[in-house]
Write a protein of this length. Structure first.
Length: 301
């Protein structure tokens, strides 16, 4: 089944919830980057919240970049999305393998690290992009994002993210983001908090084949929760091309490019986001150099 995101309202519009099933997306990322189980769990959670935030954006040209940098072995994780949401990303150390935590589960917090930051850049067509930053509180990703929403966006949010990994890969992955509207009562917020506690892990609910609307009802505690938007399909896909890589080569400058032509006579570039390799022969590199020289001459005139 295809991945899916739905947007819902509970308690007569006073609580909003976005639910996501990202099982295929996370599995695609695992295969693309040959991720270890603990990195699959960490990066999968990050890709899930990135796709949820992407689905919140209004316009096709809007772009969002999420960076998580902790002091654990994983190092930096980066993900970007548009509003489709089409997500891509990479991890600095994809093969980290550390012991399970004291509960016998994958130690995501230990692999990400407890000290570090989340950095979010939203480019939504304004003069300057919006940049929000907040410290990591646990490295478990969901708690870190709940803290980010409070400290950077002044939103009281509940975030759940989960990835269930077995020997064959990703068994289930998904998450939800709940926001209380200004007119939500303390009683309603308290009911949601109790329902979240009772519902248990999102990855388990997905593994039990609960639908996203059933999950939304379960975690809000409101049987009258209504879908306001569905048929949103998040995917993991890179939009790199040889043309894009050509522009990348041009940025190294004339001297460096001349050196590569003379010493190597070729170049191979690998896309961070999908590991696809792009080869440039001597003629192609000379063509790029010629274009750089022409540009500089035009500037001088």
């Amino acid at each position: 089944m295809a991945d899916k995101i739905i947007k819902c309202l509970a308690y007569e519009g006073k609580i909003s919830i976005i639910c996501a099933d990202t099982t295929n997306l996370v599995e695609e990322a695992r295969k693309t980057h040959d991720l270890s189980p603990v990195v699959t769990a960490a990066f999968g959670r990050m890709l899930t919240i990135t796709s949820i935030l992407g689905a919140e954006m209004k316009n096709k040209k809007d772009k969002l970049t999420v960076q998580i940098k902790g002091d654990g072995q994983i190092g930096m994780m980066v993900a970007t999305t548009n509003n489709t949401p089409t997500v891509k990303g990479y991890v600095v150390n994809p093969h980290v393998d550390i012991p399970l935590n004291e509960f016998g589960k994958l130690d995501v917090g230990g692999a990400v690290g407890h000290n570090g930051y989340i950095n979010i850049v939203k480019d939504i067509g304004l003069k300057e992009p919006y940049i929000g930053i907040s410290p990591l509180v646990s490295g478990e990703i969901a708690e870190d994002f709940a803290n980010y929403f409070v400290s950077s966006e002044q939103k009281k949010s509940a975030v759940a993210l989960g990835v269930l990994v077995n020997k064959d890969g990703v068994k289930s992955a998904g998450g939800y983001l709940i926001n209380a509207m200004p007119d939500a009562t303390e009683e309603e917020i308290s009911k949601v908090e109790q329902s979240i506690f009772k519902a248990g892990a999102i990855s388990k609910m997905l593994d039990q084949k609960l639908s996203l609307i059933d999950i939304a009802k379960k975690v809000t505690g409101d049987e009258n929760t209504k879908i306001i938007e569905e048929n949103i399909q998040p995917i993991f896909k890179c939009n790199c091309s040889k043309e894009y890589m050509k522009d990348g080569i041009a940025t190294i400058g004339k001297e460096e490019l001349q050196k590569i032509i003379e010493e190597e006579g070729k170049a191979e570039l690998v896309c961070h986001f999908c590991n696809k390799k792009y080869n440039f022969n001597k003629e192609e590199l000379e063509e790029i150099l010629e274009e750089l020289n022409s540009k500089n001459k035009r500037k001088e005139n």
